[in-house]
Design a protein around this ligand. Structure first.
Ligand code: HEM
Length: 123
């Protein structure tokens, strides 16, 4: 699971950097919130979680680890795609989608935090 998360995070890294590069070239920074969250919740957070799951298999094997894996990977794309279109079309009709994605992602992260506090032990 750790290695899979690191591979997924590398894809987020590429998407986030492409978005940053695009904003720099066209001098339009409206999509900065999408860029920042793809890089921080997609690239850095998932890489760190992946490294922890790889270093401490007990974290990856626990139910809370699996819950984190799925909620983070389902919620974040929903939130990012929703936010992308809210900003692009200047239309708030998709805000409930953003809120749903954000809620799912947050629940996944709470599961991750619970897992680390409960199951991370020095070997
Ligand atoms: C080649 C890579 C990157 C490019 C070209 C790039 C480009 C940009 C641009 C154009 C902005 C908007 C600046 C503005 O609104 O004035 C921005 C904001 C931001 N970027 Fe990147 N970025 C890159 C990589 C990253 C990475 C790797 C991260 C985090 C891991 C990151 C995190 C952020 C954050 C948090 C902001 C918001 C800053 C703020 O609003 O104060 N960026 N980036």
């Amino acid at each position: 699971m750790g290695i899979t998360l690191i591979k997924i995070s590398a894809v987020y890294f590429a998407v986030g950097v492409v978005l940053g590069y695009y904003m720099s070239v066209v001098h339009d920074y409206a999509l900065t919130p999408v860029h920042a969250h793809i890089n921080l919740l997609g690239w850095t957070s998932l890489t760190l979680a992946g490294i922890l799951y790889h270093l401490f298999p007990a974290l990856a094997q626990s139910l809370t680890g699996k819950i984190h894996f799925w909620l983070h990977n389902i919620g974040l794309p929903i939130m990012m795609i929703g936010l992308f279109f809210v900003i692009l079309f200047k239309n708030e009709a998709l805000l409930p989608l953003v809120a749903t994605g954000a809620t799912v992602t947050s629940l996944g992260i709470f599961s991750f935090v619970f897992n680390v506090l409960k199951n991370l032990k020095a070997s």
